[in-house]
Design a protein around this ligand. Sequence first.
Ligand SMILES: [Zn+2]
Length: 327
Amino acid sequence: MLSKSLLAGIIGAALLGAPANALAAPRVVATIAPVHSITSIVMQGIAEPTLLMRPGASPHEYALRPSEAEAIDQADVVVWVGEQLEGFMARPIAALAAEAVLVTLAEVPGLQVHEVRADENWSAGPGHDHGHDRHGASSQHSIGSHDSPGHHDHRAGIDPHLWLDPVNGKVWANAIADALATADPANAAAYRENAAIAQRRTEAIEAEIRKIVAPVRERPYVVFHDAYRYFEERFGTNAIGSVSLGDAQKPGAAHVQRLRDEMRNEGVVCIFTEPQFEPRLVSILTEDTAIEVGVLDPLGASLAPGADLYPSLLLDLARSLRDCLAS
Ligand SMILES: [Zn+2]
């Protein structure tokens, strides 16, 4: 049965006169909103990818609805980050049709990759993995968009929030264009041209972010969950810890107390919550302090899905940091 939005899309396309190549375009499903956005940029003028996950939901603990599982089933191309982020995808991916193209973005060559950090005091050095692998117990080997002989590294400790470094966003745009060109050779040139446009646009955004955060780069802050290392390292901002120990993991009273002390010692200016997390702990941490509370939105939960979401998400992170840290 067709969903209402799919039906609306078909009627809309019929009324507006769909481009001739839309009929031949592959059915593309992307998991999270930032990945869907990059895919949308690459597919501009050809077709619209489907966003799999409900907006605002955390990929770290997600249950597929039957209609969402069906969308994966029927896809010609599936774009996801990898088992470290979307553990819920292990089973549907194992069941994918042999002819479907799977783009595992965490395995694309040329990425800037960071390990998951220790749960507190990030200045103390490289940490251990503390949670991203809890959904990744499957022995499923994912298939990258590129053949990578000899590459059997599971990268168990990789921090999967890779899109928060725009340099990785650019690498992904190219990888998605390559995969789409394979699945849909008739539109190969258009995908590659769109990826080239994405590179230039992302470079402009990087420059803008540098300007936005320049006055507040040294100011110490705390984030809700350890999602922002890619952004911090690219732009040199000064996060000192996270409230939540691992994704989808409740911090204990001892951690909260240590973090409170550390926030005082380090002169933390701001603490950032997220749209999809309950902010009760933040009020415990800021009680009787002058620490400001801001919001960071790593998944673009508050943005409309589509081509503009990814650039807006990056710029919004920079602006949210500046607005809170400058106060
Ligand atoms: Zn996360």
